[in-house]
Structure formats: C-alpha cells, structure tokens
Design a protein around this ligand. Structure first.
Ligand SMILES: Nc1ncnc2c1ncn2[C@@H]1O[C@H](COP(=O)(O)OP(=O)(O)OP(=O)(O)O)[C@@H](O)[C@H]1O
Length: 235
C-alpha cells in the first residue's frame, strides 16, 4: 500500500486574483504558493481584507485564479472542465461557510442531505448517510426538527454534519465559530479537530481568533494578498 500520510492534498502555485478593472483593480492575492498535506490542519490568518477568504475560495475551487494554478492531488484544476471540477468538489470537499445558509424551513435531515441530492445519490442511501452524519455531531434527536428551531450551536453542528455527509477528504471552514458564544464555539472547534485527528480529514480554516489558530498544525499569515510567514509544528 502506498503511504499517503504525507501526500499533498492541495497546492497553490503562484496564485493571483484581482477584483475590478483598471483604476478600480484590487489585487486580493499577489502570488500565493503553498502545499497542504493530507491530514494536516491549517489556519489561514491575517487582518480584514488581507485575502483570507479569497484564498480559501480559490483553494476550495469555488473561484478560479486569474494567474497561477491549483492542484488537487495530481489534478491540475485549471486544465479540467467545469463539470469535472464541480464533481470533484462535490465528492471530496465539505464546507462550513457562513454564506452557505441552512434552509430554516426545511428539516435538519433535508438540509444535511442536500449535497447528496446534488450528487445524485438514491433517496434511501442519502437518508442513511445524513442520519449517520447527524449522529456523528450528536444531533440524532433533532433529525425531524425545522432548522430554524435550533440554537446557534446546534445549527453550526448541522452545518458540520452537512459538510461531513459525503465523507470528504478535506473540510473548509470560514470563521466557523464566529457567531457562537465561547463555550459553544469551543465545542464546534473540538468537533472539527476530532474529525481531523480521528478520520484524517484535512482541515483548512479561516479565523480571526488567535487561540483557535494556535491549535492548528500550521498557521499561514497573509498580509495584502501575500503569505508573509508560516508558523506551527508543521511549518
Ligand atoms: N467581489 C469583490 N469585488 C471587489 N473586491 C473584492 C471582492 N471580494 C473581495 N474583494 C476585496 O479583496 C480584498 C480581500 O478580500 P477577502 O474577503 O479575501 O479578505 P479577508 O482577509 O477574508 O477579509 P475579512 O477578514 O474581512 O473577511 C478586500 O480588500 C476586499 O475588499
């Protein structure tokens, strides 16, 4: 068996991203290169406007760079067709993003099943997988509740269950504890690290919180769209 523990999960090579044109152009990423190993936990940190979310979106294949490339394993994403990129993202990635809201009027189960509906899985199989994901985040008793009728921390656990439901190899999270009180935030943090350590899921997180960032294998600091330093045991 090949040893995948130190294999590269994602690479960015000289990635540049500019918003707007001419005198309104804003260079959000100015030549970012990095490798993230399978099973690694990485925090992307930096001031507001430094390019954290832009980098996350590019790595997560939700946005494409203007220059440079992203590799997912051995796949050069810039050479792939959009439909294949979408399929790869849907199969391998899980998202804990604030802009991917839950549908408050739908049941918890329906919300968690959504990525599998998009992936075309059969109804009985997707129900089974969604229940397993909800069990993993301790919400088996809320399967039938409307998502609106949950606390903030429970909602975030539903979002994590939805991120987990396709058994992803990577989870991307943008400020996953941003709207939560300290104690609930710590529970959500712990849940993400447990998935990283126990299931070997690569974890890539944007955060403003220095204490949270310090718990990752590596911290990547962005200033004005460039990586200025990397710290941590894995740096
Ligand atoms: N769609 C867009 N159009 C124009 N400018 C944009 C767009 N998206 C982001 N920007 C600009 O690019 C820069 C980087 O934005 P980004 O969201 O990546 O920063 P961030 O480090 O995640 O910030 P925050 O911590 O405030 O979320 C910012 O100055 C922002 O104004």
């Amino acid at each position: 068996m090949p040893d995948h523990r130190h294999a590269t999960a994602i690479s960015a090579i000289n990635v540049r991203k500019t918003y707007g044109k001419k005198e309104n152009a804003f260079h959000a990423l100015r030549g970012v290169s990095l490798d993230i190993r399978q099973g690694e936990s990485v925090a992307i940190v930096g001031k507001s406007g430094s390019g954290k979310s832009t980098l996350m979106h590019v790595l997560a294949l939700l946005d494409s760079p203007d220059e440079g490339t992203v590799l997912f394993g051995d796949n050069d994403v810039s050479a792939m067709r959009t439909a294949d990129v979408n399929k790869m993202r849907n199969t391998h990635y899980g998202f804990v993003f604030q802009q991917f809201f839950l549908n408050g009027r739908q049941s918890v189960l329906d919300n968690v099943m959504l990525p599998l509906v998009i992936g075309g899985m059969s109804p009985s199989k997707r129900k089974q997988q969604a229940r397993a994901a909800l069990e993993a985040v301790g919400l088996s008793d809320k399967v039938k509740n409307r998502a609106n009728d949950l606390s903030g921390g429970q909602k975030q656990r539903v979002v994590i269950a939805r991120a987990l439901v396709n058994n992803p190899s990577i989870i991307f999270a943008d400020e996953p504890t941003g709207n939560l009180d300290t104690q609930t935030g710590h529970q959500v943090e712990q849940m993400l690290f447990d998935l990283n350590k126990q299931k070997g899921i690569t974890l890539i997180v944007v955060t403003h919180d220095p204490e949270f960032a310090a718990r990752f294998d590596r911290q990547i600091y962005l200033v004005d769209g460039q990586i200025v330093s990397q710290t941590g045991a894995a740096a």
